[in-house]
Design a binder for this molecule. Structure first.
Ligand SMILES: [Fe+2]
Length: 359
């Protein structure tokens, strides 16, 4: 994840011009579409690490993003819809059966969104998940994880169902105009799109046209679980934060101090600082930064009033890896310790850097 490429740009076809961008994040594909006349736009399956890119792309086309659409509850990446919604003043769209409480517009089969002159028709295509949708716009269909290039979405994750996928594909999606271009939510081989005709002819999974053969094949795939499965489902289903989002928010609230600068200060002016070790007792006993005071993160709020009565102290917080200390420093700042700072790195980096340790 994290590496991004943007392709296409302004698309013209014989039917109608449409503003179109495909944003690639590892194997995840997301899309920005817009009406060139009215400059109304929508983003399909926005991904968490591309928030600045979507804003920049919408700005470069002069688009007003009205809809943020998730084709389904993703199990393998983090949706950015909830974070983007207030930035664009846009509506979050999902299928009627989506568990996400932040989806404010819920579509049924054949419901249509109007995006300027564009008409975006939703097809309910359960199978990969119960809440999967495909979106037909102009000359293309955004297939989510229902149909991939040379593959289909898996059916072994929560709410997946091979029988439903069979019906969604063979009775619904493949019955559409075969000239429609296929833009999926994933491709792991760097391909940007396909067409229904090509998929019907060449996609190995679509060659199993008998229901029993198809469902048996899907049940026997035996795939490994995607990375971040539980965290992605938890956050996408509930609108809650990922751990890294929470850490990034805390990091934005506190300043940091480098290991050498801290070491220099402890040598030259040790009384100017209160160094606070927020690890567990056993870790503290095994070795800590010279002069550090021990107050484990789990007891911080409980004991801070007695332990640190002076809110004007410069407090430098550290932990083992530099993450929990960031949360602890942010908590201290919220409590009014306005000079709380986190160490950039943790005890592990301190040890590896050869800095002095007190046991
Ligand atoms: Fe998916």
């Amino acid at each position: 994840m994290g590496f991004a490429v943007v392709c296409n740009g302004r698309l013209k076809d014989e039917r109608r011009a449409m503003i179109f961008e495909q944003v690639v994040t590892g194997g995840c594909l997301s899309y920005l579409v817009g009406c060139p006349r009215t400059l109304a736009g929508a983003i399909i399956d926005p991904e968490n690490s591309q928030i600045d890119r979507y804003k920049a792309l919408a700005g470069s086309h002069g688009l007003n993003i009205r809809y943020l659409i998730d084709t389904h509850t993703h199990a393998d990446h983090f949706s950015a819809s909830k974070q983007l919604a207030p930035m664009f003043a846009a509506t979050i769209v999902m299928h009627q059966s989506s568990p996400a409480p932040h989806a404010s517009l819920r579509l049924d089969d054949d419901d249509m969104l109007i995006v300027g002159d564009l008409r975006m028709r939703a097809l309910h295509t359960p199978g990969h998940t119960r809440d999967s949708m495909c979106l037909v716009v102009e000359d293309r269909v955004f297939t989510g994880d229902t149909l991939l290039i040379g593959g289909t979405g898996r059916t072994d994750l929560p709410t997946g169902d091979p029988d439903q996928l069979y019906e969604s594909l063979f009775d619904k999606l493949l019955a559409l105009d075969q000239t429609l271009l296929v833009y999926p939510a994933h491709d792991y081989k760097g391909r940007s799109h396909s067409s229904l005709a090509v998929e019907i002819a060449e996609n190995p999974r679509l060659q199993k046209r008998d229901r029993a053969d198809f469902t048996r094949m899907m049940r026997e795939l035996n795939l490994t679980a995607p990375m971040h499965l539980t965290e992605a489902l938890r956050t996408n289903m509930t609108g809650g934060q990922t751990v890294s989002q929470m850490l990034a928010e805390a990091a934005a609230e506190v300043p940091f101090i480098g290991l050498s600068e801290l070491n220099d200060r402890l040598v030259s002016r040790p009384n100017d600082l209160l160094v606070l070790d927020v690890r567990e007792e056993s870790a503290f006993r095994a070795g800590h930064i010279r002069g550090a005071r021990h107050l484990p993160r789990g007891q911080l709020e409980l004991r801070v009033n007695e332990e640190i009565p002076d809110p004007t102290l410069r407090i430098v917080v550290y932990c083992e890896f530099g993450k929990i200390s960031t949360l602890a420093a942010a908590t201290l700042r919220r409590l009014g310790y306005m000079r709380a700072t986190a160490v950039d790195g943790g005890m592990k980096a301190w040890r590896e850097g050869g800095f002095p340790i007190e046991a």
